[in-house]
Write a protein that binds this ligand. Sequence first.
Ligand code: ZN
Ligand code: ZN
Ligand code: FE
Length: 747
Amino acid sequence: IEKFLDTLKLKLPPQAVIENIYVKEITEDVKYSEFKIVESEHSQPTSLYLPADIKICNQCLEELVVPSNRRYLYLFINCTQCGPRFTIIKTLPYDRENTTMDVFRMCDECYNEYVDPSNRRFHAQPNACHKCGPGLEVKKVENKKIEKVFGITKTATDVEKILDFVVDEIINGKIFAIKSYGGYHLVCDATNDDVVLRLRSLKHREYKPFAMMCSDVEVIKKYCFVNNVEEKLLASSQAPIVLLHRRNEKNTTVVPISKYVAQQSKYYGFMLPYTPLQYLIFYWLKKLGRDIPLVMTSGNISDEPQVYDDEDAEVKFSNIADYILSYNRKIRIRCDDSVVKVFNNDVCFIRRSRGWSPEPIYVKHKFVKPVLAFGADLKNTFALAKDDYVILSHHIGDLDNIEAIESYVDSIEYYLDTFKHKPEVIIYDLHPQYVSSKIAKEFANKNSVESVAVQHHYAHMLSCMLENGIYEDVIGVIFDGTGYGIDGTIWGSEFLVGNTDKFERKGFFDYITLIGGDDGIKKPYKTLMGFLYEEYRDKKTIEEIWNKIVKNFTEENKVEDIPEFNILYESVKFLIDNKINIIKTCGMGRIFDIVAVVCSVGLYNHFEGQLPQELESYAEREFDNMSAKNEIYEYTISKDKIYVVDTKNLVKQIINELLYGVNTIRIAAKFHYTIGRIVVDVVEKINQDTSIDKVVLSGGVFQNELLLRLVVSLLKEKKFEVYLQRKVPCNDGGISFGQVVQGLRFN
Ligand code: ZN
Ligand code: ZN
Ligand code: FE
């Protein structure tokens, strides 16, 4: 029996996954006369199974580079174990005529493989070859004019010519828009400062780190620390972007990556090739002795969704790319690359998309009515729940532009239609201004189905509970940017107690004043100035603090556009005195923001979470020292039914240390350590009141590895059972997954 169990785990077909193994001892004396493999008990009919895209497999890869093979250099090579799925399927069942391959007629050779049960291409729906399938083409973009450089390829020689040309031009510092499975990437030499900077300015993405791709993991190891789990993820058939800790490149002999790729970030985001075309580009670079990393960032302008439509590509890239490397098979639906990080030897999703979506996540519960959850407005995903599974959509993104909203509405329609899902319960975020909430309510009205709003942080808590199969009482520590509270204020540093039916707010960090709404989140120095004005009032003192912060911006840590004190002070004073555009918030992300400004980490969040992430990097350098000495700021927790942590006093102590000239790296470390200790303190108090000892952690702030590690270890020391998010993101990408739990109430 043991041998059977071992074999089962080790000898799976490549794409098979074991979700769970239950072993049960049978004590009665029963004799079995036969062994049968019976049909799955999962209620989902297999015809409604929509598989995710899979990286090219090793067997296909071998064929790809053998000149005698009839698919030598054929870029759309695939088999039953690999290739695009989700992104080419128009409707279910998954048959060739229901995919965007329907316009290509298989040649005799391909068809014979397709119908031969002993062939590894038996019923491989996208099966094709040079003769009968899609081909590659190159277009040049100049002065907004599109010009064909190479027409659709028909032979291996055609492909060779294109590859020679492409790698030459990449090395020459050109930018390519390259069509992948789920959309276009913008691609360039990651070691070339000029081209990386040019891409940044053309794409209107000045700061957010770019993802990169390398030929193999050995190259990545020259730039990053890669452990076994990370290596497995990189090499997996999902091939996600893995965030890896950077090495100090000064000590290596490799060509350094341009400093403009990831600027201050302590991570590099790397992935390995997953389409045949990506493989061949690196294969060709290697032949030229230029085994370099390439920037492989999603093809879009600023924060718009990734471009996946070919006509759209010609318009959108006319100002960005020098060339478009495309092919004549349509992408049915966009699907961005997934992004993961490893924590405690297990995966954490930052973005769950290509490779995983839209495969079902099975849960230990039954939904009596089909549910549709609309998610939140940032990092949006939506979710379908039915029977004992949840289908979490691919990454939709921030619903703050028309393109994204259109893609959101279209995608929902596509999923409902494809999965023949008729929701009877609609769930959405409590925030009345969310686009997702408005669309959800309209949908519910139009289809006359029940609907319910769920508080944002409760949804985060439910998300963590659902994936861990917990339905009884827990303490939820939910830290994120902002979310709409049941009292109409903006929450975000929540200690909740509850189960799948209900929750109660048991604690939070006291409110601070956010100045300037969404603009204030991008410019947290305004919020800090508001804090200084409210707490110190004396303009001279405030100026002294401000000057100290400005003085701490060093050469290594330069900040452009430092606002002039007087103008900043007067404008913030005016807003506060006249109560214009100010709002109270207790979002943990906002607290991290202002501490980051005090520590001169920077003044701007050019992308979401930038300053908190950089504050974490600061803290890391001194953290072990702080925790060894047990050094923390004093804090007070008041209780008037709810535990309230005195945020103001905490920030004031930090400002005092700044004035005393304490090193800002030490301040950052001490701040992290203090937050960790406060969390455990509040959890213990709640435990004394309720005797609940299960703690779930969620919310985007827990992407902060330092804080997460600290909170987990301190809670475990106190014998709490701690649960994290492993199957879905702890950020707002996991909100819809949590929302569906409210569907359990309806039956
Ligand atoms: Zn294959
Ligand atoms: Zn063929
Ligand atoms: Fe959130």
